[in-house]
Design a protein around this ligand. Sequence first.
Ligand code: OGA
Ligand code: MN
Length: 291
Amino acid sequence: MSDDRRNSQIAATPLGYALGARIDGVDIRTRPDAATVAAIEALWHEHHLIVFRGQRVEPNGILNFASAFGPLDDHASTPAYRHPEIPELLQVTNREQNGKPSETRNTGRNWHSDYSYTSRPAGGSMLYCDTRPPVGGDTMFANMARAYETLSPKLRSIVDDLEAVYDISLTAGIGDRDPAKTAEVKRLNPPIAHPAVRTHAKSGRRALYVSERVSYFAGMTVRESRPLIDFLCQHATQPENVYRHQWQEGDLVCWDNRTTMHMALADFDQSEPRHMLRATLIGEPSGYVIS
Ligand code: OGA
Ligand code: MN
């Protein structure tokens, strides 16, 4: 099939006003060629989040599809959460691991952008739903480009000059995890400052880069920073700026961590299995470690 024919079958249907679109006409079991990747990326940049629905794929198939979009992170920042055989896949699961509660059963329970506590924050994340509970287990996503654009010009000029210090300790539920593994993850990821507004390397879009994992702004006290962090998070996550994804098994949801943040809801019966696998595209280097 020619590239033109193949790409003309790719269609996007918006899922929300703020962000998100379903993409039809792509079988993720097939590695996309360069023209297909470019067509998908254009829709991804436009909608910030794209969903491929009704896919059934093995872990290696996720790897095969995701790696067509760029180099994948091997998740060395969080080795305890990786798939046992495939380091390029992170498991977000409540399945017991070696007879113990999973370390990732409560992953993502506050607003965040993936790997913002590292010097290589994630570019895109691609999360595949293998098994979902009968009801709930939704994920919410906020459009951070829109959040930035809807600030007053004066506040925009203030946040333009700020650096946000990210701290992995602010990851919700981290205190409930295995203390030795948590100590290791903290050691690997000391607090790091990133620009509070980042410019997307490919789309050129500016977006707010502040989440519930920011502890303060560099050069400001915690007390001074707190109200502004709270305001910016509340502004970004107002319902009009959010898309809420209700998972189906076989969904691959891809979001851009440079222009969105997300939160996984605990709105489900925790005795029901929820098993997800994430491939993470390496983003642009950013930030400096706070000594
Ligand atoms: C993630 C994450 C959300 C979810 O994989 O980065 O935050 O709903 N997970 O599992
Ligand atoms: Mn996440």
